[in-house]
Design a protein around this ligand. Structure first.
Ligand code: ADP
Length: 351
């Protein structure tokens, strides 16, 4: 904790109060220059800032501190019980304010806890907002290309129909139009899934991964047929998770295993499990195009599609949704792969 207070008596009162409930290290600065130097050079998790310092007074002190240390929560100390000044400080970005006359171990502890909680919520909100802005712009970008295609195909069909007959070209355009519409729908569905995850509380129940794989194979039967693929599952012990969400993870991983196959080599996807540190780790292995080791983290980011997957349809959201789902279960997901060697995706769902 960093205490920025020039008055020795006030500083002593503060330290005495703080010591009654915390052993945390308190570093004191008596002016803003020293405070900023300490905040930048030492690990500090909270600043208690007196607004009346030798070089600066009032909200200027806070503004300067915030400008220079925007990622530190601040509780402001006011000399008098000035509610207005306290409220203005909150509007500027302080997490709480405390008038010096009111400092007791109890009020101090309450203020510190409140400020830390408010800070944690603020950081969470900022992260969600950044996510949302990123998703918004990427989704808009990725939605525009299939919609552009739909518009183009519709114009072509119109042209063909104006000739007074339904030509082969018109039928072909209709097909392309349908697949572009499907791409848009899939993208919107993936985005819906991703945004609903943030709000959903995970309820874990006992699941049989063998029957989940069977369900997934039923859903993917057209893809299995089209790719001439095979899905093999070994007998796996029960796991604990949300049935719908875990099914979604398996479907994505198995679907990708079928989709990203090597030319002329029918895909074979194997699902197995192992025990590691008391956790059941599920592995989805394929014999496909594989992924360069350098990209093993990137592929779990939203909208990341590798050059090697060119020509294969996808929104680039599947693995990021898997990651969100697994992490919402307190689990982990990772990949072991190298180019042209197939891939092995692993995940567990925590305890
Ligand atoms: P999508 O398949 O919709 O593009 P994903 O998030 O599921 O999105 O995958 C991201 C990228 O990771 C894919 O575009 C592809 O480049 C790569 N990838 C995913 N799974 C595999 C796999 N089993 N084998 C090879 N590459 C894969």
């Amino acid at each position: 904790m960093l205490l920025v207070e020039d008055n020795d008596d006030h500083a002593e009162l503060f330290v005495l109060s703080a010591r009654s409930f915390s052993e945390a290290n308190i570093t004191r600065a008596t002016n803003l220059t020293d405070a900023l130097r300490i905040a930048k050079s030492q690990p500090v998790n909270l600043a208690i800032l007196d607004l009346g310092l030798p070089e600066t007074v009032g909200l200027d002190t806070l503004s300067l501190f915030l400008q220079n240390c925007p990622s530190l929560p601040i509780v402001v100390l006011t000399a008098i019980s000035d509610l207005n000044l306290g409220e203005e400080a909150l509007k500027l970005g302080a997490m709480d304010f405390l008038s010096k006359e009111e400092i007791t171990p109890r009020t101090l502890l309450r203020s510190i806890r409140y400020a830390m909680e408010r800070w944690a919520q603020k950081c969470k909100l900022e992260d969600s907002l950044a996510d949302l802005q990123y998703f918004g712009s990427m989704a808009a970008h990725d939605l525009v290309s299939p919609l552009d295609a739909i518009q183009g195909f519709a114009q072509l069909i119109e042209l063909e129909l104006s000739k007074g007959k339904i030509t082969t070209e018109a039928w072909e355009c209709l097909d392309l139009l349908r697949s572009s519409a499907k791409r848009s729908i899939n993208l919107v569905r993936d985005l819906q899934k991703l945004s609903s995850l943030g709000r959903k509380a995970i309820v874990k129940e006992k699941l049989d991964p063998n029957s989940l794989v069977e369900d997934v194979c039923t859903t993917l039967r057209e893809t299995i047929k089209e790719t001439k693929g095979t899905v093999e599952a070994m007998d796996m012990p029960p796991i604990r998770g949300d049935a719908g969400l875990v099914c979604h993870v398996l479907q994505n991983l198995i679907g990708n295993g079928l989709k990203y196959s090597r030319d002329g080599i029918p895909p074979v996807v194997k699902i197995s499990s192992s025990q590691e540190d008391g956790l059941t780790v599920i592995c989805v292995e394929d014999n496909g195009i594989g992924i360069d080791e350098d990209h093993s983290t990137r592929i779990f980011l939203p909208f990341e599609r590798l050059a090697s997957s060119k020509g294969t349809k996808g929104s680039g959201l599947g693995l990021s949704i898997c990651k969100k789902i697994v992490e919402a279960h307190d689990g982990e997901i990772w990949i072991e792969s190298s180019l042209d060697q197939g891939s092995r995706f692993f995940f567990h769902l925590g305890c």
